[in-house]
Ligand binder design. Structure first.
Ligand code: SME
Length: 160
């Protein structure tokens, strides 16, 4: 059983604690799917106001659904399509305050109002993206983006 000491006094403290927890969860495991699955579970449990948290992996030149928590989702996303495909194509974090204002947003869950997508890079190689969705408009801030980028930098080194 895993138990984490996550204190959400502010976002910096929350993400520092999440990084320690992710480090502990993945340190001794080399299987990428297992580590993505536990990372999705961790973020789902400790980040408030999410309706989806998970991964899309680069496979065969497109994004393919990976481990996640939330409703069943679109399986394949071409590069450049939607928020995830844009993050993958540009290799830049996409912080979307209003998904309805994002051209080409792919609605997997009609409840989603805002979204944060962080590319996962191993050097030059794009491994996939982290996708967080929220039913709350403007749920994500630059602090969430920075926190999740730090988490994905760590996870990238634990994906085999
Ligand atoms: N909204 C995403 C698709 C993935 S789901 O939200 C899980 C997008 O526009 O890429």
């Amino acid at each position: 059983m895993y138990q984490f000491d996550i204190t959400a006094t502010d976002k910096a403290a929350l993400y520092a604690d999440l990084r320690s927890a992710l480090d502990a969860l993945t340190a001794d495991e080399a299987d990428a799917i297992a580590n993505m699955a536990n990372a999705a579970a961790l973020l789902w449990e400790y980040l408030p106001d999410l309706n989806w948290a998970g991964f899309y992996r680069m496979a065969g030149g497109e994004l393919v659904l990976g481990p996640f928590q939330g409703k069943a989702a679109c399986i394949r996303i071409p590069l450049g399509k939607g928020v995830c495909g844009t993050a993958a194509a540009t290799r830049e974090t996409q912080l979307v305050e209003d998904v309805h204002a994002f051209p080409g947003h792919i609605a997997c869950d009609a409840a989603s109002r805002s979204e944060l997508v962080v590319p996962i890079l191993d050097g030059e190689r794009l491994i996939g993206v982290l996708d967080l969705d929220s039913p709350v408009p403007a749920r994500f801030t630059p602090d969430d983006a920075a926190g999740c980028e730090a988490l994905m930098e760590l996870l990238a080194s634990r994906l085999g």
